[in-house]
Design a protein around this ligand. Structure first.
Ligand code: AMP
Length: 346
């Protein structure tokens, strides 16, 4: 089929769905939002959403009726952070409607071991992982598995501080046991999230934007003087509430592109058909300006919401406002026009 109007761009109502569907509409597609009833009041305001499929819970996307509606409307699903958080890799792999990009790579994003392997094969500098709480000697960050948006992360510097953190997470029902946690060397420096798009059609990597996250309450703790911090035993948390735009020193951009290219190359070897579409390398610039990658996202990240009208980087590539959502829709349009849509969906 070669008529772009015949395709519908669909996604879950959360994360970056507004940007994705606005971009799809700008590229001439029909749009469909799978929306939890409690959020209907928000999403029904936006005229660029053609159809809203109301569900009680996102996991209903696996139900026959929901999948059938997506198939009937000739939908292509755009996966984002909420999509992979609600549906585990196994469920995503079983979904019948086509997913933009490589759905097999989400397993590599969700599983710590696979994630580490892909980063190592990409020759990225990564923080040391600490095998056991008995090996904690320096400042460490303790993380939960999966796309938790920093929720529940805590800092530990010895076994005792680790155990105390675990106890709190168990008490507030965030985890059942410490085996759900992952300990990583704490890298000091400043965080940066590098937003890329890789086109399997042009075989080129595009740097679309850079952001940093605004996290509660680690970004608020500096507003409290140290005397009071110490008095009330403040423990930082890393819950993302928003994103802040960032531009890098131009001299850092060479390595940014090189890292993106190495990631794409490694993904093509390890997870065929490779990295397609948006992805993000997430890390810390240390005092030497070296980037230590602590995570990647193998799909669109919410930090791209900053750049609905384009970014200081997308503006160097496109002569029109190009959000990441719109870039995805553009890729689908180009692939459809060349009759190679099957190469960019799974
Ligand atoms: P994430 O959910 O992995 O994006 O990380 C949430 C927060 O933890 C961000 O503020 C990161 O800067 C911070 N973070 C994650 N890993 C590390 C690390 N190894 N060293 C220092 N900060 C980290």
């Amino acid at each position: 089929m070669n008529d772009k109007d015949a395709y519908t761009i669909a996604t879950l109502g959360s994360h970056c769905s507004l940007q994705v569907l606005k971009g799809a509409k700008d590229e001439g597609f029909r749009t469909l939002l799978i929306c939890e009833r409690q959020r209907l009041n928000l999403y029904k305001r936006f005229k660029f959403i053609d159809e809203i499929l109301v569900v009680e819970n996102f996991s209903e996307i696996l139900d026959q009726t929901c999948q059938q509606r997506l198939m009937e409307s000739n939908s292509i699903i755009i996966p984002h952070g909420t999509f992979i958080a609600y549906l585990n890799s196994e469920k995503i792999e079983r979904i019948s409607p086509p997913i933009f990009g490589n759905k097999w790579i989400f397993r590599w994003e969700a599983d710590r071991g696979l994630k580490q392997r892909l980063m190592e094969e990409s020759k990225l500098s990564i923080p040391r992982s600490i095998g056991s709480k008995d090996d904690i000697e320096d400042l460490c960050i303790v993380k939960l598995h999966g796309a938790a948006g920093g929720r529940g992360y805590f800092l530990a510097w010895d076994k005792k501080s680790f155990d105390e953190g675990v106890e709190k997470l168990i008490k507030n029902n965030t985890i059942k046991g410490e085996e759900e946690l992952y300990i990583q060397e704490y890298v000091s420096g400043v965080p940066a999230y590098l937003q890329f798009f890789y086109s399997p059609i042009t075989k080129e990597i595009e740097l679309m934007g850079i952001d940093r996250r605004y996290e509660s309450d680690i970004d608020g703790i500096g507003r409290i003087p140290s005397k009071q911090q110490l008095a009330v035993h403040l423990e930082p948390s890393y819950n993302v509430v928003g994103n802040i735009p960032l531009v890098l020193r131009e001299s850092l951009l060479c390595e940014v592109y090189a890292m993106g290219e190495r990631f794409v190359e490694a993904a093509s070897r390890l997870v065929p058909p490779g990295m397609m579409g948006p992805f993000c390398l997430e890390g810390i610039y240390d005092r030497e300006g070296k980037f230590i990658t602590f995570e990647f996202s193998a799909r669109i990240v919410a930090g791209t919401n900053l750049y609905l009208e384009g970014s200081p980087y997308s503006g160097l590539i496109f002569d029109e406002p190009m959000s990441m959502g719109r870039r995805v829709a553009r890729e689908i349009k180009i692939a459809d026009g060349k009759d190679i849509l099957q190469q960019i969906i799974t």
